[in-house]
Design a protein around this ligand. Structure first.
Ligand code: DQA
Length: 138
């Protein structure tokens, strides 16, 4: 099973970015751990550019996508339309519990077009999302 993890803006800074919220582990290190523990064929893409995220989603031939759209979660109609348009199921993830943060983070344009959402578990949110795909093989 081929699963793609897509991280949006500023998630390349994990480990140093606001560690009190996002922790002090880089995503790259976590990704290697995740890869070593799954039978899925895992790949990873990160971009700070909205259109690049959309291109990757449109071109995906994966069995599932785990998407942390970062700040675009709360603003991007284009990303939402893309997820609605593609066949590949998308699980939305966030490290932080967005519902107990600033009000502008309470709205996700992604959630209504995602299969489901996992948030608030730090980097483990990604493993929980991966677990969904591992246990719901199509
Ligand atoms: C985030 C939450 C977003 O509100 C924020 O803009 C991010 C990270 C998270 O993983 O908790 O960049 O997606």
């Amino acid at each position: 099973m081929k699963i793609l993890i897509v991280n949006g803006p500023n998630l390349n800074l994990l480990g140093t970015r606001e560690p009190q919220i996002y922790g002090n582990h880089s995503f790259e290190t976590y990704f290697e751990e995740l890869k070593s523990k799954t039978t899925c064929d895992l790949s990873y893409f990160q971009s700070n550019v909205e259109g690049e995220l959309i291109n990757v989603l449109q071109q995906s031939n994966h069995d599932g996508i785990i998407l942390n759209a970062g700040g675009y979660t709360h603003t991007s109609v284009a990303l939402r339309d893309c997820i609605a348009a593609i066949e590949v199921p998308v699980v939305e993830v966030h490290l932080s519990n967005v519902t107990k943060r600033e009000e502008f983070r309470h709205t996700s344009l992604i959630s209504p077009v995602a299969v489901g959402c996992v948030f608030g578990f730090g980097l483990e949110s990604y493993r929980l999302a991966l677990n969904y795909f591992e246990t719901n093989k199509r």
